[in-house]
Design a protein around this ligand. Structure first.
Ligand SMILES: Nc1nc2c(ncn2[C@@H]2O[C@H](COP(=O)(O)OP(=O)(O)O)[C@@H](O)[C@H]2O)c(=O)[nH]1
Ligand SMILES: [Mg+2]
Length: 374
């Protein structure tokens, strides 16, 4: 779902971390979150299912600022690996620009790896996309385990196309940023080949450029991803990042963030609803994302409901049920969202659920070509 806003000179690309359950996708995203400077990323959001252990998906926005005249935003998603979550996987995969396949190196995971790769191929094909022509990189994860199978075995099982592959240990972070850089390069190269992203002016004449060393865009991405190793200018008072973090990223504790003045326009964190919102509904999506981040679950549900109401209205005047049906949105989800908005005490997963519904509605609205350009 790459979008290019020529006026703002901004490119947004969606990258999905795919693979079997427990292969290390969420851990990989957490590591990226720890490694990227706060100014260049939003909140890591995980949407838990009712069964808790499993996740609908995780979402992490990363901004790569000012590359030449262009800003690049990456929206990173994971999918739930369990077989029975295929509907969620298809939804998350919609509009993806590239995939990082996270394979589990343990011998007992080989069948699940192969099955997940087949499932990726099938789900992409349903969108009319051939995996062998799609930007893809592989993480062979859990390489720290003694029983990890030889890389050659993983390669012959999962990588007939010889795409870029990385031996990773998501828990320590080894190799994770290299894989991210590689998929970013592959996605930008693909978007350039499709002429979605113009070649940088200075290099346009020379070559399709991305394979050349020290080219502006991916070089800049590398710099920014690596900038995390620079210490902050003042030590953080306290931190709400994962305690295992060895990075020195300062972050306000949740209690102080709540009372902060709202960030100035243009510097709002990019949340999942905002990333998918059509322009006319961006303000509602931002309000929902902000409310979620500030732990205002009731505000989040209210904003989501308003965004959903307005989004459904693009299908024409009718009842919400008929509008939802036209868009192919699950009516039970709409009803549950409506019920939540009347309840006095809401929990974090209520806000997360509301965001999930609003994101579904936005994706389906976009697939239906709505709202139409004036
Ligand atoms: N030893 C080892 N454990 C890992 C690695 N990556 C993830 N894990 C562990 O594997 C389990 C599942 O990881 P998770 O990221 O939740 O998997 P997901 O289902 O793909 O999102 C967790 O207990 C992680 O700590 C790794 O590289 N090495
Ligand atoms: Mg996970």
């Amino acid at each position: 779902m790459s979008t290019v806003n020529i006026l703002a000179r901004e490119v947004a690309a969606k990258i999905v971390f795919y693979g079997p359950g427990l292969s290390g996708k969420t851990t990989t995203l957490k590591k990226i979150h720890e490694s990227v400077k706060p100014a260049h990323r939003g909140e890591l959001m995980s949407l838990p299912t009712e069964a808790d252990r499993t996740l609908f998906f995780d979402f992490l926005p990363v901004k790569v600022e000012q590359v030449g005249n262009c800003a690049v935003r990456l929206a990173l998603y994971t999918v739930p690996g369990q077989v029975f979550y295929n509907a969620t996987r298809k939804l998350v995969l919609q509009g993806a620009d590239g995939v990082v396949f996270v394979a589990d190196s343990q011998p007992e995971a080989m069948d699940a790896n192969a099955e997940s790769m087949r499932n990726l191929e099938e789900n992409l094909l349903e969108q009319g996309i051939r995996l062998d022509q799609f930007p893809l990189v592989l993480q062979y994860n859990k390489r720290d385990l003694e029983k990890a199978v030889p890389v050659e075995r993983l390669r012959s099982l999962l990588n007939p196309r010889a795409v870029a592959e990385f031996e990773t240990c998501a828990t320590s972070g080894r190799g994770v940023l290299d894989a991210l850089k590689a998929i970013t390069r592959a996605v930008i190269r693909d978007l350039r080949a499709k002429r979605v992203v113009p070649a940088p002016r200075s290099e346009a004449a020379a070559a399709p450029a991305l394979d050349a060393p020290k080219v502006g865009l991916e070089d800049k991405i590398q710099q920014i991803l690596e900038a995390a190793s620079h210490p902050p200018t003042s030590p953080p008072a306290s931190s709400n990042v994962t305690p295992t973090s060895s990075s020195s990223i300062p972050a306000a504790p949740a209690s102080t963030r709540r009372s902060e003045a709202p960030p100035v326009a243009g510097r709002l964190p990019l949340g999942p609803a905002s990333a998918l919102a059509p322009g006319a509904l961006l303000d509602y999506a931002r309000a929902a994302d902000m409310a979620y981040i500030c732990a205002d679950h009731a505000g989040c549900v209210r904003s989501c409901q308003e965004a959903v109401r307005r989004a459904l209205a693009y299908t024409g005047e009718s009842t919400a049920a008929a509008q939802g049906y036209l868009l192919g949105v699950d009516g039970a989800d709409l009803l549950r969202l409506e019920r939540l908005s009347t309840q006095p005490h809401l929990r974090p997963d209520d806000g997360a659920f509301a965001l999930y519904v609003v994101m579904q509605v936005f994706v389906r609205l976009s697939a239906a070509g709505l709202p139409q350009a004036e």
